[in-house]
Design a protein around this ligand. Structure first.
Ligand SMILES: Nc1ncnc2c1ncn2[C@@H]1O[C@H](COP(=O)(O)OP(=O)(O)OP(=O)(O)O)[C@@H](O)[C@H]1O
Ligand SMILES: [Mg+2]
Length: 187
């Protein structure tokens, strides 16, 4: 199973990706988590990414695409994966298309989660208090939502036109949402 999980900040992508990862026994790959790991370990990649992330901007495509390409080439990704946080703009969609064509492994589905703006804001404020992410300050949050609306949300139409889009309500009990997604994907 090769899946993308998409939706605005705070909609629950990471939470649902982790559960889908268990269910299908495939790795959940989050570009945000990979960047945070590198920041924590002060790698050159982390240091470069940090300046963009703290402002709520996208890390340059060249850097991000390479990370995903390397990750998808690893052994545990042979039988499938779920990508969380990528692609985020049209040029990343093109890059992913090229990677998948090279690997000879097409995408099976795109899971899109939805929630109202108020719910998202509320969740992000709570997460900011719990996790203390350096980009969970009001300016960076506003910037991320803006980038999402302008660059990422339009990609849902791209995948819809390819017949891959499955939309689900991201509001409700975590386990209920998970069950609905699995049912919707057909297993
Ligand atoms: N595909 C990507 N392209 C460019 N930058 C990315 C990408 N994925 C993550 N990043 C960088 O990492 C930051 C954190 O991403 P991450 O997906 O963890 O958080 P998010 O946008 O708040 O969504 P979520 O609420 O699901 O955690 C982004 O704001 C961006 O700077
Ligand atoms: Mg996340």
């Amino acid at each position: 199973m090769r899946l993308l999980i998409m939706g605005p900040q705070g909609v629950g992508k990471g939470t649902q990706a982790a559960l889908l990862s268990k269910h299908y026994n495939i790795p959940a790959i989050s570009t945000g988590d990979i960047f945070r790991f590198n920041i924590k370990n002060k790698t050159p990649l982390g240091l470069e990414a940090l300046e963009y992330i703290n402002k709520g901007e996208l890390v340059p495509d060249e850097l991000t695409n390479k990370i995903v390409k390397d990750r998808l080439a690893q052994d545990d990704a042979k039988n499938g994966w779920i990508l969380d946080g990528y692609p985020r703009n049209a040029s990343q969609v093109e890059a992913l298309d090229a990677m998948l064509a090279d690997l000879g492994t097409p995408l099976d589905a795109v899971v899109a989660l939805t929630a109202d703006h108020d719910v998202l804001m509320d969740r992000m404020m709570k997460r900011a208090q719990l996790e203390g992410r350096s980009d969970d300050n009001p300016e960076a949050i506003a910037k991320r939502l803006d980038v999402y609306a302008k660059e990422t949300a339009p990609l849902l139409d791209t995948y819809k036109s390819r017949g891959l889009l499955h939309e689900f309500n991201g509001v409700g009990e975590i386990d209920d949402i998970q069950a609905t997604i699995i049912k919707g994907l057909g297993e």
